[in-house]
Design a protein around this ligand. Structure first.
Ligand code: 5AD
Ligand code: SF4
Length: 471
């Protein structure tokens, strides 16, 4: 048994790591043929992509996926720690699984992902959730086959969590959710330690994948006919710093753009590391999508300092203006937290005025959520929750107004759309534009899912646009 140690997870030293090749233990290949699994994923795209690896590992063990968790022999929760409600959802699901296990004694239940890295969560599982069969963390996902095998074979609870990052494992099997859009990890972890954020503790320090491994993966995706890759990392802009003296995200984007994949996206960017050469590469290559997620978190320099964000309102706006003026038709989206400890009404008004200025195309807005072990927990916080929720509502009114206003400007324009499917109402196709706008459109002709088509925009809504196939 290996339990997460929060003290160790909090240390900031950067360790040497090796890149090692994954090997599946052939003794247990297909050992669980005939058994069914259900995997539930919470949180960000990083977790979604991890789940694509987890699925492939489970399939190698012989398991088959089912949609209904009540029909599964094994239920695994890939969890998220970012805010309290993500926590509550996973614990709620564990509660439901406890009841199911009373009826189905052989049900195997597992928990992995970010919550598994939290010492307090694992303590709670050991104390109150003894029916959970196994737990593994974000740093040892590759051990899943043996952990599950051990849990089933010995019928004992297996808790295997490494507190800190370990070697970087290449060559994990993957079952992708989609056969035209793919996630590609480029960097794991985060060194920024923003004072509200749990990610550096649950995902470890920054470790970049070797450029040749990334290029090889994208080349394979191109030859498999993929149309879009999203380069993933908690802070993609730090790519390469831990590995190379003179190779960074701008170089990587350029190398990937030259492989000829039609669409390249990347997420998430920290404004602090966003260089001019990155802006130039995005502007230069038509297959690097003109859509940038640039989390601001707050419009008040005082709060940004307390958040440990390493930029001010002014320097953020300078970067924002440079992006807007250099990259034609670029859209910018953001993340904003309201109600950070000590945020006054005046600080909040600065966030509102920044949102008015930036007129974002999309924004994810949150009320600050206290995460155990992060420095922000120790700050004095005397704003009542009700007031924070009101601030969130006021902010949402402003950002929503600009989503609609920006969308209205697109009526009459023709946008390229990567077609993802047919909407529930069945009469419209849907997909995303190069600028990451959700587009629903009609077509008399049949349109191929996974193709990129031109759509004439006819109507703007707050979160989507309606149109028809052009030509
Ligand atoms: N409370 C509220 N929001 C948070 N985020 C990260 N940590 C917290 C927290 N403790 C938000 C940030 C980040 C996004 C992924 O989640 O805005 O950019
Ligand atoms: Fe968290 Fe992002 Fe800050 Fe890293 S850069 S600590 S992931 S908010």
């Amino acid at each position: 048994m290996k339990l997460p140690d929060y003290k160790e997870a909090r240390t900031r030293d950067i360790r040497e790591y090796k890149t090692v090749e994954f090997k599946f233990d052939n003794k247990i290949k297909n050992k669980y043929k005939g058994m069914k699994f259900h995997l539930k994923t919470y949180g960000c795209q990083m977790n979604e992509h991890d789940s694509e690896n987890i699925k492939a590992l489970l399939v190698s063990l012989g398991f088959e996926e089912v949609e209904d968790y009540e029909k599964a022999d094994l239920v695994l929760l890939n969890t998220c720690s970012i805010r309290e409600n993500a926590h509550n959802k996973a614990f709620g699901m564990l509660g439901r699984l406890k009841h199911l296990k009373m009826e189905k004694k052989d049900l195997i239940i597992g928990l992995c992902g970010c919550m598994a890295q939290e010492a307090s969560v694992v303590e709670e599982i050991l104390r109150d959730y003894k029916f959970v069969n196994f737990v593994f963390g974000t740093h040892n996902m590759y051990q899943l086959p043996n952990i599950i095998d051990e849990a089933i074979k010995t019928n004992t609870q297996q808790i295997e969590v490494l507190s800190r990052e370990a070697d970087l494992v290449e060559g994990l099997p993957v079952i992708r959710t989609n056969n035209y859009k793919a996630f590609v990890n480029i960097i794991y972890g985060c060194n920024k330690f923003c004072t509200y954020c749990i990610v550096p503790y649950t995902r470890g320090r920054e470790r970049s994948r070797r450029r040749e491994d990334i290029i090889k993966e994208v080349k394979e995706l191109v030859s498999d006919g993929y149309k879009e890759v999203t380069l993933l990392g908690q802070n993609v802009n730090a790519y390469g710093k831990d590995l190379y003296d003179d190779y960074n995200l701008a170089n990587l984007l350029e190398d990937i753009a030259n492989l000829g994949i039609p669409r390249i996206r990347f997420t998430t960017s920290h404004p602090w590391d966003f260089t001019d050469s990155m802006i130039d590469v995005i502007a230069k290559y038509p297959n690097v999508m003109p859509s940038i997620h640039l989390p601001v978190q707050s419009g008040s320099s005082r709060i940004l300092k307390l958040m440990g964000r390493r930029y001010t309102r002014e320097s953020y706006l300078e970067l924002f203006n440079k992006i807007k003026s250099t990259i034609p038709c670029v859209t910018v989206s953001t993340d904003i937290i309201v109600g950070f400890p000590g945020e006054s009404e005046d600080d909040f008004l600065e966030t509102l005025s920044l949102a008015e200025y930036c007129k974002y195309d999309n924004a994810f807005t949150f009320v600050f959520s206290e995460r155990e072990g992060t420095p922000a927990c120790k700050l004095k916080d005397d704003t009542p929750l009700k007031e924070k929720e009101e601030r969130l509502q006021r902010l949402n009114e402003v950002v929503n107004k600009y989503f609609l206003e920006n969308n209205k400007k697109l009526v009459g324009k023709v946008l390229p759309v990567l077609v993802e499917g047919v909407s529930e109402k069945k009469d419209m196709y849907y997909g995303y534009s190069d600028t990451n706008k959700l587009i629903n459109f009609k077509s008399d002709k049949e349109v191929l899912i996974g193709s990129i088509v031109n759509v004439l925009i006819l109507e703007a809504k707050t979160w989507s646009l309606d149109g028809e196939l052009d030509g």
